[in-house]
Design a protein around this ligand. Sequence first.
Ligand code: DQA
Length: 140
Amino acid sequence: MKKIQIINGPNLNLLGKREPTVYGNTSFEGYLNELRAAYPTCEIAYYQSNIEGEMINKIHETGFSFDGIILNAGAYTHTSIALRDAIKAIDTPVVEVHISNVHAREPFRHVSMLSAVCKGVILGFGLDSYRLAVEAFVKE
Ligand code: DQA
């Protein structure tokens, strides 16, 4: 059984309601049910916070015992050296994901503080970005 932690950052609790043309109409909880059903050999834990320090606490809590962390840090991706340091501090590999193709959006979204310390980056595939990240850990 692979243990995978999904961490979603700020404003991602509003998925399904927030800017649906960019992020779609599906709530993350609905999508998560499908994802768990599709990967019965994985234990997929889910955490969302709008608060940077709480995300860091979750990275510390799971970063020495889980097989993988899937992190969509939302806008903190583009600003947070503290999240970058947290990823560097742990043993568990982290895959950075984004729902949208951040490179096709505003220039400030083209920069990630996190990518260089992550195992890999998956972006632009809508919510399927998370499934592709699970797939990457399953294939390891
Ligand atoms: C996002 C992209 C970020 O630029 C944005 O701030 C988000 C969501 C995405 O999943 O596409 O909140 O991480």
